[in-house]
Write a protein that binds this ligand. Structure first.
Ligand code: SAM
Ligand code: SF4
Length: 332
């Protein structure tokens, strides 16, 4: 039976788990990974499907009803669909979402629809094949584009995630918004965070959410604010008369922490109660040490009861101040 919603020490509900099923990826996005020299986790360091199921079951019994599978690229993990089938059937799990780069996704869209997947976030930073190649260091634009078309054809809600980067995809902002003219998609522009596996790219972030929004408004002066869902990280807008919506995500400015309902489990099986902390509980080690469900649940609840107030507090408490993490292990 589903327990009541859990609240953290700041009165925020804990209802959403983002779980990285692998750190491996078939792209090398500039903002996420270095081009070369990546050392992937040995496979035995990833949570097994049985461990993931066990964790999701314990969390679902405690009111976590929304699960997002991410990575690395989730479809690089062998038999991902097997895991999705299991997760959708866990009692208490109400919404299962995916974040993917779309390269290997298309063959599974029909089954995802049948399984009732709630939405897919598709990473696409540009509509230009050459720029796609420069940003991701792979020539795979067609596959991602094809996945986008098929998701829309199957009526699966799609959110396009585009990280905004100086000198890389600023010219794409308006063409991407134009996708929302005729398509019922949400195009979200994200501030670049320093989780690229090689340290900070900039001394100061240029494309803040404010600047992104100013840029958009300068092209669409009548841009309208629309209502944001509870706990949303994106501020949503719409160009009057367009079908889709435009979102701006202040991922680095961290303006949304006050309503954050998310926890993360990294590819290494480590719990993060804030994107900016450096891990608060090694779930994989605890499971492999033979901890019972009850003991694990108690440790999870203790971690939820001492969440940092916001991403700045979490960052200040990191053991290492030099961020070398890649988003491919955190999951975004
Ligand atoms: N491979 C999948 C994909 O790209 O959609 C899932 C994992 S990826 C790490 C999840 C999300 O994190 C993507 O939407 C990506 O754009 C975003 N992301 C990765 N690195 C980022 C960074 N440094 N700053 C902001 N967003 C980032
Ligand atoms: Fe891979 Fe996603 Fe990271 Fe790009 S953002 S390198 S697709 S994990």
């Amino acid at each position: 039976m589903k327990k009541q919603t859990l609240y953290d020490n700041h009165g925020r509900p804990i209802s959403y788990l983002r779980l990285a099923v692998t750190d491996r990826c078939n792209l090398r996005c500039f903002y996420c990974m270095p081009e070369e020299g990546i050392r992937y986790l040995p496979k035995k360091e990833l949570l097994t499907f049985e461990e993931i199921e066990r964790l999701v079951r314990i969390l679902a019994q405690n009111g976590v009803s929304k699960i997002r599978l991410t990575g690395g690229e989730p479809f690089v993990r062998t038999d991902l669909m097997q895991l999705i089938r299991k997760i959708v059937s866990i009692e208490g799990v109400e919404h299962v979402h995916l974040t993917t780069n779309g390269i290997l996704t298309a063959p599974y869209i029909h089954e995802l629809k049948q399984l009732g997947i709630a939405s897919v976030n598709l990473s696409l930073d540009t509509l230009d094949r050459e720029r796609f190649k420069t940003i991701t260091r792979r020539d795979e634009f067609e596959n991602t584009w094809n996945t986008l078309q098929q998701l829309m054809a199957q009526d699966i809600p799609v959110k396009i995630n585009a990280v905004v980067m100086e000198d890389k995809n600023i010219d794409d902002i308006i063409p991407m918004i134009e996708l929302t003219r005729t398509h019922n998609v949400s195009v979200r522009f994200i501030e670049e965070m320093p989780f690229n596996g090689e340290g900070n790219h900039y001394t100061r972030l240029v494309w803040t959410y404010k600047k992104i929004l100013e840029w958009i408004r300068s092209h669409y002066p009548d841009l309208q604010k629309t209502e944001d869902e509870p706990h949303a990280t994106a501020y949503h807008y719409q160009v009057p008369g367009y079908r889709g919506t435009v979102g701006v995500i202040a991922a680095y400015s961290r303006t949304f922490c006050g309503s954050c309902n998310r926890i993360r489990v990294t590819a290494q099986g480590v719990l993060k109660t804030c994107l900016y902390d450096d891990g608060v509980l090694n779930i994989k080690e605890l499971m492999r040490a033979g901890l019972s469900d009850e003991a694990l649940e108690a440790k999870l609840l203790r971690a939820f009861a001492s969440r940092p107030r916001d991403g700045f507090e979490a960052e200040a408490h990191r053991r290492s101040k030099f961020v070398m993490e890649s988003m491919s292990t955190i999951g975004g």
